[in-house]
Design a binder for this molecule. Sequence first.
Ligand code: ADP
Ligand code: MG
Length: 730
Amino acid sequence: MPITRFAALQEAGSRKPVQRPETLKRVSEIYGEYTFNRASMRDFMTEEAFKSVISAIEKGTKIDRSMADQVASSMKSWAISKGATHYTHWFQPLTGATAEKHDSFFEPTSDGGAIEKFTGSLLVQQEPDASSFPNGGIRNTFEARGYTAWDPTSPAFIMDRTLCIPTIFVSYTGEALDNKTPLLRALQSVDQAATAVAQYFDKNVKKVTATLGWEQEYFLVDRALYNARPDLMMTGRTLLGHDPAKGQQLDDHYFGAIPQRAREFMHDLEQESYRLGIPVKTRHNEVAPSQFELAPIFEEANISVDHNSLIMDVMDRVALKHDFKVLLHEKPYAKVNGSGKHNNWSLATDTGVNLLSPSKTPKENLRFLTFFINTIKAVHDNADLLRSVIASAGNDHRLGANEAPPAIISVFIGSQLTATLDELEKLEKGKLTPEQKTDIKLNVVGKIPDVLLDNTDRNRTSPFAFTGNKFEFRAVGSQANCAQPMAVLNTIMANQLRSFKKEVDAHIKEGMKKDDAIFNVLRDYISASKGIRFEGDGYGDEWVKEAEKRGLSNVKTTPHALDFYVNDKAKEQFTEARVMNEVEIAARHEIMLEEYAKKIQIESRVLGDMAGNHIVPTAIAYQNKLIQNVKGLKAVLSDQVYNKVAKDQLQMIEQISGYISTIISEKEKMIEARKECNKIEDTRKLAIAYCDKIIPFFDKIRYACDKLELLVDDELWPLPKYREMLFMGS
Ligand code: ADP
Ligand code: MG
């Protein structure tokens, strides 16, 4: 039995907020209780095993076999003490969020009993039945099997009575089949490159870590209403639905009042996150009704990425308890603000310095400027690659579709730092006189901290903005796995810093002082990367024109944006930093294109079904009512009166007929077009065909359906309406 709109509305309307338990534990009591963090390791491990894990985490050393057995055994004891019965290697395949295969700790013994078993080899490596995970042809070409391998840098955790062990997923020939492996390689690459550059300023720096703080936006919708919307269930977004009379026109304060049900959900989600050691802070006031945000305190990028993948899962589970569904899609509702996932990124040294944080002394600020300007240069040179890595069917609804941010990649740094860079750009080439150096250090480099304090003009339309002590990559989609943008950003930064070091060292070899050399290279970079800097309104048409003049790309659709992922420049970036080889790059390209085509195909089918099976029959039923009514009028009224009063209703009948015909004929044409598309064998051409030939039908069909929503008797309408899904009451 399908869930009808009114049954769903009744169910949704009768919900009571889930009560919090009477006695709540303090955050400090529960924080990290479900993670095998350093404290629990210390409790459960021998000193020797503990040291070997810490060294693996910090220095990347290998854990030998006997030690792995010890680690596994202590992990098992800890997990069982927390009620776990199963364990799993937890990994991030190339599509979808996370994957796991559960095995029980218990093994039967020959005497009919059972023991709890978990060995080092089971911890370190497993072979999941991975044939169903996308591999973009890697496994067909190279090796039939893949395996998962423990990533000791990300703590194991317990979810659903299962010990989850974060792992990478690679083929037996070593190609990455997941999102984590390239990320780890990129992080290692940027560590090496950034450490070498950081040592210009402080010889004590031995390690640089990339940091990430994501901000996850999402919508909540009642579970019953969600279940009554086939489009939400199958595609994650509404394919039909007229925007509500009351949208987001009212100012933010209106949405400031969070319905209690949502508050209870957020509270519960926070508690679960704390237990898993995810340092979140929920945010309440997003732009759209029923839209919320969750953001943690930043962490080392690999852990932060895992935490984001994990939390997307946790959100779903917690939501169920509160009879909600979480919508992570970038655009669940047309004409309502969509969802993104800002990636706040920086680099931190093992000496406790944030390399993108301005400081007090000219020396420290030269270091800041070095990393700051190198980031801008890296983005300038690789804007297209950054664009490609955030491309997805869902994100196409945001980027370039009159919503934050545009599809044109640019960097915002604020007026104060713009002025600083302008000053530095004026520096003379070659050696600087002592006076020039003193002047620039005191009056330009030394001035940064003061000025940044009043840098209040934070531009919300920029896809890549400097926000005081970090860059914020804002164009990432809300469903995305941050591993992908983080892998790319750290890759291009690693390569950039390596070139920088080469150039500076060359100047030094020619006899320049280190500072002079650094100033010289930075000055060149400022000029070379100017075109990527933009401080204005990213939404305006003017920027589109200006960007075109500057030669910046403005690619609005995924299959075309993905070309940037596999061009020579991109390949050079990935291979240079040893993040991916050409096979791995090509495989990802193939998978992303395939995923895109599949998504559009599913949307097209669901839309066709809904328009044909829900909307058309409803419109006909209502049209019949009108016809009956008109017939009745004719029977009881004189011709003269009838002709006057029936006019409007006859017109409505005609209007409805028009929309019904449009739906039926456009739907047929769409099906035919799909058949044509499906003949295409080349994945890229297939994705482009779906983009160019199928998507245009969506708007035409939707337009007719949404018009009918306004015309047809509310009582007959089968689908929960926007106003019912977006406003959940108090
Ligand atoms: P917004 O104003 O965009 O909502 P906030 O300034 O409140 O953003 O913080 C956004 C995120 O930036 C938080 O998750 C925070 O932890 C993160 N962040 C702060 N400093 C750093 C850093 N050095 N590296 C990475 N992320 C950081
Ligand atoms: Mg932000």
